[in-house]
Write a protein that binds this ligand. Structure first.
Ligand SMILES: Cc1cc2nc3c(=O)[nH]c(=O)nc-3n(C[C@H](O)[C@H](O)[C@H](O)COP(=O)(O)OP(=O)(O)OC[C@H]3O[C@@H](n4cnc5c(N)ncnc54)[C@H](O)[C@@H]3O)c2cc1C
Length: 290
């Protein structure tokens, strides 16, 4: 299938993009970096009459760290924009981890963070850490703007709450509390560039050696990225002893509902969740800053 078969439009404002999508909601799709959508179109998995590119909408490109410590990622900010951002590396190391783990240089130059979330594959690399940080999606439709917490965004594999004429314009990450540390870890296959077989992210708030708050999230082991709430609860109020970490790993594995597929068996994914949970919590705590 060649690009000529689509109407490829490049609006210069979000309202224009929404209007173009609304003209033919079922036949149109947003086009960001194109690294997922082009693969689907070529494979015949999707048939869109019109691709509405966001590339010319200037205001969507920015990545901003605000004075209060919040992070805003514009809809067309690429994975490499995140991976190379020194401030993010320092203040949101776990988000840097996730960006660095996604594919290779060429894909990272095109792929957007928003596209990764909107595609909603269960193993999307940016999802667990952004979920753990309590990120929200800013969504614009022809009738207005709304804010959707990421934990309510994913519905199932490749399915989100987005309506056909919705455009995600930004992802907002709230400012971390003092003493926060974060990390994201994944285990890929043996082949380089493969999607993760399991991924775990953690955000912890440390007060000296005691963990005051902990959020653990999982990727690639359920129909959507998920919260492992019980794993965080085990850690909260405790030092990260070996026992506590092991218990957190067990709880995280209980939250997972992995499948057997070509990349790994169910049992292997559950073992990975246990190991990754222990490691990611320790890594997040080691990074915690006062
Ligand atoms: C070789 C290769 C390796 C890859 N490796 C990885 C990997 O290791 N880990 C990983 O997680 N992914 C991987 N991917 C998948 C892909 O690169 C990412 O999911 C990427 O972040 C998608 O972003 P994009 O901007 O290219 O999305 P696009 O392809 O432009 O869009 C993806 C979907 O999201 C929708 N969409 C995009 N932006 C918006 C928006 N602002 N509002 C509403 N809807 C929107 C589109 O309509 C489409 O349905 C890989 C892809 C390739 C080709």
């Amino acid at each position: 299938m060649s690009m000529r078969e689509f109407d490829f439009v490049e609006p210069t404002s979000v309202s224009e993009a929404c209007a173009l999508l609304a003209e033919d909601p079922d036949g149109s799709a947003v086009f960001a970096g194109g690294t997922d959508i082009l693969v689907d179109l070529k494979a015949g998995l999707k048939h869109h009459q019109r691709l509405v590119s966001l590339a010319r909408i200037e205001e969507l490109r920015a990545v901003e760290l605000t004075a209060d410590g919040a992070l805003r990622i514009g809809a067309t900010a690429t994975i490499n924009q995140i991976a190379r951002h020194q401030g993010i590396k320092e203040r949101f190391s776990g988000i840097n981890d996730a960006a660095m783990s996604l594919a290779a240089e060429q894909v990272r130059n095109q792929a957007t963070v928003a596209g990764n979330l909107c595609m909603a594959v269960p193993s999307a690399d940016m999802a667990p850490i952004l979920l753990a940080h309590g990120a929200t999606m800013r969504v614009v439709s022809p009738v207005g703007e709304r804010v959707v917490p990421l934990r309510e965004f994913f519905v199932g594999p490749r399915e989100t709450i987005l309506e056909a004429a919705d455009v995600v314009v930004a992802i907002d990450v709230p400012p971390p509390a003092p003493g926060t540390g974060d990390a994201s870890l994944r285990q890929g296959g043996r082949v380089s560039l493969s999607l993760p077989m399991a991924a775990v992210a953690a955000v912890v708030v440390m007060e000296k050696r005691i963990c005051r708050e902990a959020t653990v999230t999982l990727g690639a082991v359920a129909p959507t990225p998920i919260m492992a709430t019980a794993a965080g609860e085990v850690v909260t109020g405790n030092e990260l002893s070996e026992d506590v970490l092991r218990e957190a790993g067990e709880r995280a594995a209980e939250a997972a509902v992995p499948i057997d597929d070509l990349r790994a068996t169910k049992e292997y994914r559950l073992e990975l969740v246990k190991v990754l949970t222990r490691r990611v919590l320790q890594a997040a705590a080691d990074r915690a800053k006062g």
